[in-house]
Every structure is written in structure tokens, then in C-alpha cells.
Design a protein around this ligand. Sequence first.
Ligand SMILES: [Mn+2]
Length: 329
Amino acid sequence: MLETPRVVENGNIGPVNSAKVPRYSGEPTFALLPRLRDLETEGRTADIKIIGAPFDTGVSYRPGARFGPSHVRQSSRLLRPYNPGTSTSPFAQVQVADAGDMALNPFNIKEAISSIEEDALALTEDGATLLTIGGDHTIALPLLRAASKRAGEPVALLHFDAHLDTWDTYFGADYTHGTPFRRAAEEGVINSSALCHVGTRGPLYGKKDLDDDEAFGFGIVSSADIFHKGVGEVVSMLRDRIGNSPLYISLDIDVLDPAHAPGTGTPEAGGMTSRELLEIFRGLRGLNLVGADVVEVLPGYDHAELTGIAAAHASYDLLSLMADLRANA
Ligand SMILES: [Mn+2]
């Protein structure tokens, strides 16, 4: 690491210095941040860790999210250290590092789910905040289990997605990318009074899908609501619903319109723009964000890095919220 010139502010080791090394060269850690293992070699650790979860054995339609982490990292090379959207320098406020990828069994969903929970707990043992890049949405269940264990209570959830992901089973399978939030509700790892889907749209199997979902405690701010009410009103509704609860944000990139994120597993027309998504995130500043994931990026269906760039920027704004919260704690 010492031979790579880096931006260092407030004693925090930041991205590769792009005035000295062009951003398209070298290994693509997220936002060209240091690797966690390099920091640990120097006896340091990180306040915020970015971890890849390359797993897509839970998908029902297009496969390929196992290649999401490496694609989002590659698409994150152009991110710069200062975020004008929040007027903060997240990588200077706290130490942020790329922790690499989890090693997940592609032939055994239950084993992979257990591995994700164990790895998430190990990475947060020192109090770090975790941002996980998937992977299909199956990974949210073990991440929510770990987040609620660390929080010591069920966590609030803002779930950005075209879909509810509270279905029961698919082809008899309990653990899929369409069922994580029903399982999380059944297991009691999410706070039934502080749950909301954001950006949902598209056809359902029937009205029962919505009735079941409501019974678990979920509110819905649909994609149409965002269009009709606007970002400001949506933000204030979400803030009211979440309050001061420990909050987990799960972002399925298919919440964006396919025009903004074509490279995803189950695309639906009529989604929000990436501008709306980033502005909603910025409106959540100060909420007690304890963890987040960004899932369902499929490079095989992406074009010109559209989806990868949207996921990288969404991740950057989530990191900005986490860094600001920790710096002002
Ligand atoms: Mn999903």
C-alpha cells in the first residue's frame, strides 16, 4: 500500500490519489479505497467496511448477480472524495475500506446464507458499519439477522425495490431472492412498526400479495407515489415512519427504471430515476443507519456501465450517510 500514493485526510487513508495515478489503472477496489487487509497489516481497522457477496443461486429469472461486486467496483473508479450532495468528504470523516468478497457456496443456498451471517457478524465485531454489495436479494436475510443481533433489537427497514420480496415460496423453496423479507418478518429480525417499501411497481400474482405484505407491517411508497408526491414529501413520510430506530437500507437496483438500470434480474417499466433515488437517500441524513446492501446488479445485461454506475453512486451516498452519522456520533 505504501507505494501507492493515496489521499490522506484527518489521518484516514483514502482513495488512490488520482492526480498521480489515473483512475482507470490499478486494481479496482470500491472507489479505489484501501483494502481492509492492507490496513490490518499496519495494525489499523476501518469504521465502515464494504464487502462483496457474490451469490445468485436464489434468483427466479435472469442469473448473473454473482458478478455484481466486481462490476460495481469497476464502475466506481470515477467516484471522487468530496460529495457535494451532502457537503461531506466521507473518506476523510472516517476510515472506509474495501473488505473484498465473501466466499459463498454456489450449490447450497442455506450454507451460503449461514456464511453471510457469520461473515457479517465477524466484520462488525469491532463496531464497524457494513455496506454489502450483492449478489441477489437472498443475501438480505442473513444481513438483517446480523444487523439485528448487533443492534440488540429488530431493525427498521427501508426496502428500495420494484418488488415486495415478501412472497412465501417459489417452486417450494423458502429461501430465494423473492422471499427474504417474509422470512425476516417471521424470524422477528425486523421491526414491524418501522418498515417501508420504496419504488414498488409492476404486476403482482394477486391482491393477496399486498394483503400479506401489509400484515407483516410494511408500508408502501410506490414508484407512482414518488412521481405524484415528489421527493420532499416522500422523504418526510419515510422519516416519520422510521423515527430513531436502528435502520437498515436494502437497495435492489431494479428500483430504478430499466432506462437507468438495465442490468438487473427482474426489470419492470415505470421506475424512479437515479436522481430521485440519490435525493431520497440524501433526505435520510441523520437517521440511525446501521447497515445497508446494494443488490441485483447483473453485468451480463448491463450496457455502458449504466447499472454499475448507478449502483456505485448509490453506494457512495449510502457510505456518505454512514460516515456522517459516525463522524457526528
Ligand atoms: Mn429484490
